[in-house]
Structure formats: C-alpha cells, structure tokens
Design a binder for this molecule. Structure first.
Ligand code: SF4
Length: 119
C-alpha cells in the first residue's frame, strides 16, 4: 500500500466515523421527545385506576354468610347498567357491580359509619 492509498483510507475511515457519529446524534435527538412523552414529568402523580374483578374474587352472588355489595361501604347504586336496576359502581373494582354481588373487598358500611361517629 502506498502513502497516498493509506492517506485515502484514513480519510475514508474518518469520514465514515464522522458520518456514523452524526447518525447516532440524530437518532438520540429524534428519540428523546418520544421517550419524554412516555415518562411522567417529575413530580407528576400516577393516576390510580380501579382493580380488576378477578383480583378480588368478584362473584355475582352474595357470599355464604349473605354479605353483598348492598351492605358494603364501597357500593354506590345506580339505576341501570350490566345488572339492570340492581347495578352499581364500586370504589375498588372496575366495571358494574350489583346489590347482590360480592368480592373480597367487602367492608361493612355499618362499621364504617360507627367508626366515623367515634363509637
Ligand atoms: S368492594 Fe366488593 S363487595 Fe364492596 S361494593 Fe365493591 S364489589 Fe361489592
């Protein structure tokens, strides 16, 4: 290999290296906004969602002792929904629940009322 051939090779290698660095820089700059959108801003709180019914062993019948959503502090009745006029919303679970449904999150609304009253 002659000196001029070696010089051309070095020049070509440097040019390729510079091109590669420029491509990496463009890629990093291009990816950064997408990453920033996927990452919550510092100090931002994650939005809390409701749990899946399966996670709380939800059933559309009362438990063996007769406990049901109707007596649960987490239940809010509504006039229509998946269970017709018996439908309601649950503070813990996603989707419709019903007055005769039950899950492991059941909390006696009478006890909650008593605790609030300080008894
Ligand atoms: S926590 Fe369970 S029992 Fe209570 S309202 Fe929700 S689904 Fe019904």
């Amino acid at each position: 290999m002659t000196d001029s051939t070696q010089a051309m090779s070095r020049r070509a290698a440097l040019t390729r290296g510079a091109t590669l660095l420029a491509a990496i820089a463009v890629t990093v700059v291009g990816v950064q906004p997408a990453f920033a959108e996927a990452t919550p801003a510092a100090g931002a709180k994650k939005k809390k969602g409701k749990a899946a019914k399966d996670d709380f062993y939800f059933q559309d019948t009362p438990d063996d002792s007769g406990k049901s959503c109707k007596g649960c502090i987490n239940f809010t009745p509504k006039s229509s929904g998946l269970f017709g006029a018996d439908s309601g919303d649950c503070a813990l679970l996603e989707g419709d629940v019903c007055v005769h449904c039950y899950c492991q999150g059941w909390t006696d609304k009478r006890d909650a009322g008593a605790k609030r009253a300080g008894t």
